[in-house]
Design a protein around this ligand. Sequence first.
Ligand code: PDD
Length: 286
Amino acid sequence: MKPIGLLDGKIIDLNENVVPMEDRGHQFGDGVYEVTRVYNGHCFALKPHMDRLYRSLRELTIPAVYTYEELAEFHELLIKESGITDGAIYLQITRGVAPRAHGFPETVVPRLTMSIRPGSATPSKNVLEGGKGLLIPDERWLRCDIKSLNLLGNVMGKQKAKDAGCVEGIQVRDGIVTEGTSSNFFVVKDEVVWTHPRCNLILTGITRTILIDKILPDLGLVLVEKKFDEAFAKSAQEAFITGTNSEIIPILALSRQPVGNGSIGPITSKIRDAYWALIDEECKRK
Ligand code: PDD
């Protein structure tokens, strides 16, 4: 069982130097990415991840040169060749390699790189015990709906949160709470679940969509997709983040102020259990 990579369909060593100097992903962050979790040797929610990838490519006018079937096959190949049963697969597509110039080159072929790394087969400590969130300014560009390789705002925000002993930076733009640096953000107030509406200011998380389309209706929970401010978030009884890597992490404090009574709330707990059950079912864990 070892982490490995894939370049344009071929398995490679992860330590191989495969990024050319003039890859536009390297020089401009001109590309897109996805990450999919592997549980029990199965990719979880691969189709929606790949659908979002195609959307990101379209928004950046990068041609899609691989079919869904090919991309699914590459995921399978990485799982098989690495022997990894639980972990994550990252996929990047850049616009390609061309002499450095901001405008798009006339002819350029997109480049695909992928990697698989092992992860835990059981939920993380953060998922089990929850963690603290830090409210931070949202300093990203205005197309957060595209899963682009440009992640500096997210990277700087995550580090700020880490330095403050928090599991996530919860971003605030013009007074409105948008999302985490690598997750979506939800609060529960008077038994109603709130999250930022789908628009250019947040990434439409696959985990978020699973909650909205399946888990919340199954649990009979009411969802409100509306903007809310910092004060509203701080006055919530429960809060949590969702993401492929995060899964569902209860947020027990926001900028040092406890959320509710500062422990994992009953609604968050139910949603988290339902998410695990869904993974068990789709990935045949039980
Ligand atoms: N990040 N918002 C942002 C800014 C994200 O980067 C992510 C995911 C999410 C949640 O999306 P999803 O549920 O599809 O994972 C929301 C991934 C995990 C990452 O960058 O590693």
